[in-house]
Design a protein around this ligand. Sequence first.
Ligand code: NI
Length: 397
Amino acid sequence: MPKTCISPMTMNSAILTRSCEQLEYVRLIRRELHRFPEVGTDLPRTRALVLRELGKLNLNVREDVGGGIVADLQGPQGSPRIALRADMDALPMQEESGLDFASEIPGQSHMCGHDAHTAILLGVARLAATQAGPLRNHVRFLFQPNEEFQPGGARAMTETGCLDGVDQVYGMHVWPGQPTGWFGTRPGPLMARPDVFSITVTGKGGHASAPQNCTDPILAASQLVTLLQGIVSRRIPPGERAVLSVTRFQAGSSYNIIPDTAFLQGTVRTLSDDTGDLVQTEMQRLVSGLAVSMNVRAELDYQRGYPVVVNDATCTALAVTVLRGISANVDAGIDPVMAGEDFSYYLNKVPGCFIFMGCGPCGADGRGGLHNACFCLDEDCLPWGVAAFAALALQEA
Ligand code: NI
């Protein structure tokens, strides 16, 4: 048994034992992916690796289903079909982890751990495809591009029928800050709808010494930033969750010029469409009102993000039971997370559950969190990921 695999103390399940046997394989694949990260929908090298590995197994592989790769493992006739999803894409940022297998592509890196997700799912495919004895279910493996950017790779894949015939779908994300062996999820809303807004305020520029001859867009946009903060505190019921962050404020070029325009951008995060739509309506009202009260032109561009990730209660209960069956430390009622995930597109089609998997501490040894240039994960989490997915797909512990 590899030294770094799951402690023998917890080795009370056949799935865990077989997952540990995949550790070296999964680690090698993960490191290969990590060295050559690709961003967005165009992932030629990553796709080639996934197809290479799937080609070694007795699976029915479809190379392009809405831009993703879909592989099927045949189970007994009439049995349910369980889908498992991994995202394959990296981020457009420079890695500073100092790992000896750090990214070799300048300005691109796997700082969200999708390299681990892809490697884990390949490990599960290998485990399931080579298992002795009959399967209980059909298993479908979904390898998805472009989780990080709108409109999300999951949308094209689901629109192209990647879930046709699927009864349940499961997805996972590594979760720094929680230890290896920890899993967290919850029934109902788990992750937010991440909307994006841009506001352009146009006034009339001129000499800074003569504001009476100008219409100052900076003053108007500043008022708007303050007014926007009243939406969450005054318009949203206290029991609802909502975040509104203005993250960009750009205006002007010099100390002595009142500019013509000011530009604001930010994000709104909500856990229901009703709340998200209410925020959008209130923003529009404030922006329109600002135009009148400050004598400027103010335009709101509001883009809805991925849908809310809503876990099915039955699938979540099943996942919790299955994970506890492999001795995982499961928190079945974590707080919702206000980040977004395009896994929601799958959950809007078929019932399922999205799960966070602990991958070690943040801050220790210079490790950062997700989307941090120093993000790195504890590779001991890899067999836990394989075991969790395999137990969910095979539904045996
Ligand atoms: Ni991610």
